[in-house]
Design a binder for this molecule. Structure first.
Ligand code: MLT
Length: 198
């Protein structure tokens, strides 16, 4: 997969996932803010929706092609494992952060594969699969940022996601904002405070 890699100085790797229409460059500055010492591995989604990069196909806005999501989630996890080996990062702690479609593919991986990331930061995510989460998330800590007036992600849907992740044992912190789908500095700063406290 097309990706960006920045070597870090600490035994931690942040895997970053952009939103619809983004690239592997988009979240690099946010990754730097969250943890300037971590290795950064930022991926570009391989689905092309009218020229916009995504991590999985959708039928309509907020309606996902779940078979495609499952197939891509598996492929992305394999790719992450390959890249960790390639860059000699197998022994680092593995964290993830994503915005919108990027947060949704992380949520999909958590539903399908359980404890794959020790910490995940999900900006404006929604429920990725109707079948629900199946595996244990006992060793997973998650920050969710949600907009109360998000026109793309209904607030109730993010609340449902939070509940489903918690039910599998994840330790979830959810913050809500009087705003829409846009990612703000306040939200990134809250994620950093949450992350730094751990
Ligand atoms: C998705 O397709 O993942 C969600 O609708 C959010 C987005 O528009 O990317």
């Amino acid at each position: 997969m097309i990706h960006y890699y920045r070597k870090g100085t600490a035994p931690r790797t942040f895997v970053l996932f952009h939103g619809t229409g983004g690239t592997e460059e988009d979240l690099v500055s946010i990754g730097n803010m969250l943890d300037p010492e971590a290795h950064i591995l930022s991926l570009r989604g391989e689905v092309n929706e009218n020229g916009m990069n995504r991590f999985f196909k959708r039928v309509a806005e907020g309606v996902f092609d779940e078979e495609d999501l499952k197939m891509r989630a598996e492929r992305i996890l394999q790719e992450i494992e390959r890249l960790l080996t390639h860059y000699g990062l197998e022994e680092t702690a593995l964290y993830s952060a994503g915005y919108s479609n990027g947060a949704n593919i992380i949520a999909g991986m958590l539903y399908l594969f359980g404890d794959v990331f020790q910490k995940s930061i999900l900006f404006h995510p929604m429920v990725p699969l109707k079948s629900g989460a199946a595996l244990s998330l006992d060793s997973t800590e998650i920050f969710i940022g949600a907009g109360l007036n998000d026109p793309i992600v209904p607030y109730d849907n993010t609340t449902q996601l939070m509940q489903e992740l918690s039910r599998q044992g994840a330790f979830v912190t959810m913050k809500t904002y009087e705003m829409g789908h846009r990612l703000t500095l306040e939200e990134v700063e809250d994620a950093k405070a949450w992350y730094s406290a751990r």
